[in-house]
Write a protein that binds this ligand. Structure first.
Ligand code: IMP
Length: 442
């Protein structure tokens, strides 16, 4: 397999964890490149469910190297909790199998407090996960964040923390919160730094060296293209670049490093948190999808909003994330509906839009234009090849491919690894001896 990026092609929760876990079998290294523990990637292996928030979903394959890249924001307490849980179950026992970028930024208690206070002050305007993601990226861009390399040097960490606390406490108290003290944070976090030190390194160099040695790399996106800070439904977005380009900046590799981009889309649409959702269903069909799909957020447990598949949004994702193929998940959940609908455009006034408008409120009053297809009956969860699917379900997939302009490589009909059918290779090996990144210059 060539180097591949796996990204969400909707508003997150598309089933990336399962697909990353599955394709990790063919990779040597799995890399997270953006977001933090706002993500919740659910994996079901041998009937056992694991939810990962920070550690790449490749970790359940023994012997794979997991990398947390510079673009990820790391809550050290959460990360250590995840490491402990995995080690108790026999994974990650070899510390050389996980590497954390020395340039990744830290989520600290005041980031979480600010996230919560701001949500409370604005009655949950964005509906964030309250994990401190936005405030941490703000500090990164404002050039006052604390990075892993600083964290593992106790003196530097203490100095930067003291400087930051002074400024941040003013904002906390202005929002009605209680100012934070330096010492309790040091007491809790310095032991975390001691434990994490062994994993911290220059992961960009590691990835380049690995690629030169022909090791195969899988980049695991979090959230989805419509939650991307630049290309999503701003301001109802997360604070990082969830599109495939984020893999370059968030892992320290160039675009030439990437051979394929697999976009994951549910067969319908879901969204957690606030923000526009043109195809949202609030009646019986929405309830059916919600129930059959078990649609609750893996991180916050919040119910997910459900709706028909939105091809305007999906085509936007195909473009901004440069998808080379699609994986369509949860096709089984739609069984039992008499008719299924696909949104092909947005009607506003007398006009039909076929792209996502940028301006604030631009999606609020659009009426989805639907194409109606016959639904399908029966239990799809046992299907293992495309011809085994009901003809209506196959026609639905073919129509989605046509409208997306990208072929489906994988179809998922349940949470288990085995409940997946491959229609084509999502990352055919594109490498040749003369690829620029493998040239030896004398
Ligand atoms: P934040 O990333 O916590 O700042 O939240 C910003 C928006 O992104 C909110 O609407 C969240 O619900 C949404 N969000 C963040 N992470 C995920 C995810 O992993 N899946 C789905 N939605 C997410």
């Amino acid at each position: 397999m060539a180097n591949i990026v796996i990204v969400g092609a909707q508003w997150g929760d598309e089933g990336k964890g399962k697909l990353v876990d599955l394709l990790s079998e063919r990779a040597d290294i799995v890399v997270r490149y953006q977001g933090g523990n706002n993500a919740g990637h659910t994996l079901v292996v041998g009937g056992e469910k694991t939810v990962l928030h920070l550690i790449p979903s490749g970790v359940l394959h023994q012997g794979k190297t997991c990398v947390i890249g510079n673009g990820v924001v790391i809550d050290p307490v959460v990360l250590l909790g995840e490491i402990d849980q995995l080690q108790e179950r026999g994974f990650l026992l070899d510390s050389s199998l996980m590497r954390i970028s020395d340039r990744a930024h830290l989520i600290l208690p005041y980031h979480k407090m600010l996230d919560g206070l701001r949500e409370d002050a604005s009655a949950g305007r964005i509906g964030t996960t309250r994990r401190g993601i936005g405030p941490t990226y703000e500090h990164k861009v404002a050039r006052c964040g604390i990075r892993m390399a600083d964290f593992i040097d106790a003196d530097v960490f203490a100095r930067l923390l003291a400087e930051n606390l002074e400024a941040v406490n003013q904002r906390i108290t202005a929002l009605g919160g209680k100012a934070m003290e330096l010492q309790p944070i040091l007491d809790e976090y310095l032991p975390c730094a001691d434990r994490l030190r062994v994993y911290v390194t220059d992961t960009s160099k590691l990835l380049h060296d690995a690629s030169a040695a022909r090791r195969r790399i899988l980049f695991e996106g979090a959230q989805g293209a419509l939650l991307d800070i630049d290309h999503g439904t701003y301001p109802f977005v997360t604070s990082s670049n969830a599109v495939a380009g984020g893999a370059c900046t968030g892992a320290g590799v160039g675009p030439t490093f990437i051979d394929a981009v697999l976009g994951i889309s549910k067969a319908y649409t879901t969204r957690v948190g606030s923000g526009p959702f043109p195809t949202e269903l609030t009646g019986a069909v929405g309830d059916q999808l919600h129930k059959a799909g078990g649609e609750f957020g893996a991180t916050t447990g919040r119910p997910r909003r459900c709706g028909w598949l939105d091809m305007v949004a999906l085509r936007h994702a195909v473009r901004v994330a440069g998808l080379t193929s699609l994986a369509i998940t949860k096709l089984d959940v739609m069984a039992g509906l008499e008719q299924v609908k696909i949104c092909t455009g947005y009607k506003v006034g007398g006009e039909v839009l076929d792209t996502v408008p940028a301006h604030l409120g631009g999606l609020d009053d659009v009426q989805p234009v639907y194409e109606v297809l016959p639904g399908w009956e029966g239990d799809l969860t046992g299907a293992r090849s495309f011809p085994e699917l009901p003809s209506e379900a196959r026609a639905y997939v073919r129509r989605v491919e046509q409208l997306a302009g990208v072929q489906a490589a994988l179809i998922s009909v349940g949470p288990g690894r085995e409940q997946t059918m491959q229609l084509r290779d999502p990352a055919p090996s594109a490498r040749t001896q003369t690829h620029p990144r493998h040239q030896v210059i004398d």
